[in-house]
Design a protein around this ligand. Structure first.
Ligand code: GLN
Length: 481
């Protein structure tokens, strides 16, 4: 059962081959076993999972119409609000937080009879690239347990890779869906900004945060994307309309730009070899291939690490110990109450970001940092809309390196920040982007290829990713049981 696509699980439930309860019991058993090794879940809502499955089975008994996600177990990153299920955001601050409502994406999954299958581990407040910043301990990479799974959606990525659930939701502010997808050998998609409602996504950097699907193939990604996308009046940045993507065979010939990525960062040799092969193949198939250099990409990490912490410092001011979350026990003044609550409730990385952000937004430095970064962001956006007048896609590695060892970069935040260099642009300009597995490096670790398209071209991007997936034919089973 573990090897089935999400779509196949649904179809087997609908045609009566499996009962939903059998499916969830199978995956629960597997989840508990693998979780002991990898630490994928912060919360596994076991009883409630059984209830959800029974509900779907009752619908089948009564011959009621089933939704598009009927009976599929879906891992949910723990920064997405789930009613009556603890939602911690990977933080001590929200260790005991039980939300009284659902995020819009959760409601949409439930309307389509999907199963909310556990809350997955993540870097605290989605700040990180390795999952080592989780208050609940780090996640391990299913391909090599001494290595990180990537982050911040590391629990979702590791869970899909280790076949604990076939699909999952992650969130992506600077690469947190795509980078862990690359490290774990799965597919991760960040939709166009505004396509998926952020209502109920605990905010990190609101102008870049985006929820998106993670899975082991593009068809499953499209299935989940089709359910969660669409206008939501409770999110003022939500785009109008709703998109339905069908993955179909296409003879379409595209114009594809390959980034000269070695000019920007030192890129894994194996990746470059695989990319070269793919380029030749696509050319032979009749696609129009060009090489591009975008020197401005050198600045994206710097811009991101001004804008994201600035927004975070403002968003996280709500965690004051008064309204919700952790509250310090002993204090003798109001000021001490705030200081101790926030000092004790937040982890190191979150505090670092709050301090950087507060500094960048302070009256004396606002123009020099925040405003300047915004100007460069606008410039980049213009640059890329020019680029997309001439090409359909930009391809580059998802990350400069494959998964690194646990502990390797934790004491050097700058080094860790640089691993986002190829993913951040999509968030700064609001474009859709996807990472698909392309092969293994010399250490037998998965590598991801990153495809970026112009905004609102999500459907075209997913269809192209499906073509590439078939060409690459990635067979990357982690050896975990
Ligand atoms: N690694 C990046 C950061 O730490 C991206 C995080 C994300 O996309 N949520 O900010």
């Amino acid at each position: 059962m573990k090897n089935l696509k999400a779509i196949e699980i649904r179809d087997k439930i609908i045609n009566g081959e499996y009962k939903t309860i059998e499916v969830v019991e199978y995956f629960l058993k597997r989840a508990k076993k693998i979780n002991e090794k990898l630490n994928i879940f912060i919360t596994l809502n076991e009883e409630e999972i059984i209830e959800q499955a029974k509900r779907v089975d009752r619908k089948i008994e009564k011959n009621e119409k089933l939704g598009k996600l009927a009976g599929i177990p879906i891992g949910i990153k723990d920064n997405i609000i789930t009613k009556d299920i603890r939602t911690t955001c990977g933080s001590k601050m929200l260790e005991n937080y039980i939300p009284p409502y659902n995020a819009t994406v959760i409601n949409r999954i439930k309307e389509e009879d999907g199963i909310i299958f556990g809350k997955t581990n993540m870097d605290e407040f989605a700040m990180g690239s390795s999952n080592e910043h989780s208050y609940f301990g780090f996640v391990k990479n299913p391909h090599d347990m001494e290595r990180v799974p990537g982050g911040s959606s590391g629990g979702s990525a590791a869970g899909v890779s280790a076949k604990v659930f076939p699909i999952a939701l992650g969130s992506d502010t600077g690469g947190s869906i795509r980078q862990p997808a690359a490290f774990c050998g799965i597919t991760g998609f960040k939709p166009t900004y505004g396509r998926v409602s952020r209502f109920g996504l605990i905010a990190f950097a609101s102008s870049m945060d985006q929820i998106g699907p993670m899975g082991r193939n593009v068809e499953d990604i499209a299935l989940l994307y089709n359910t969660i996308n669409g206008h939501d009046k409770r999110d003022s940045t939500s785009l109008e309309g709703r998109e339905y993507v069908t993955i179909k065979e296409t003879k379409e010939k595209y114009k594809i730009a390959f980034l000269n990525s070695s000019k920007i960062a030192t890129v894994n040799e194996e990746y470059l070899k695989r990319e070269e092969e793919l380029k030749k193949f696509l050319e032979k198939e009749g696609h129009n291939i060009i090489d591009v250099e975008i020197p401005e990409l050198e600045y994206v990490v710097a811009i991101y690490y001004i804008l994201a912490p600035s927004e975070a410092s403002s968003n996280l001011s709500r965690f004051d110990g008064v309204r919700y979350g952790y509250r310090t026990e002993k204090y003798s003044s109001m000021e001490e109450f705030y200081k101790k609550t926030r000092g004790e409730g937040f982890g190191e990385e979150v505090k670092r970001r709050i301090m950087i952000g507060t500094f960048c937004l302070s009256a004396g430095y606002y123009d020099a940092y925040y405003n300047k970064a915004l100007k460069i962001r606008h410039f980049l956006k213009k640059k890329f809309s020019e680029l997309f007048k001439g090409v359909d896609f930009l391809i580059n590695p998802t990350t400069p390196t494959t998964a690194y060892k646990i502990g390797e970069k934790i004491s050097n935040p700058l080094d860790m920040y640089l691993s986002d260099i190829f993913t951040i642009t999509a968030n700064l300009i609001g474009s859709p982007a996807i990472s698909i597995p392309i092969g293994f490096d010399e250490k037998n670790l998965p590598m991801g290829m990153h495809i970026l398209a112009d905004e609102k071209k999500d459907a075209m991007l997913l269809n192209f990713a499906d073509i590439l997936e078939k060409i690459v034919d990635f067979k990357g089973e982690p050896k975990i049981e």
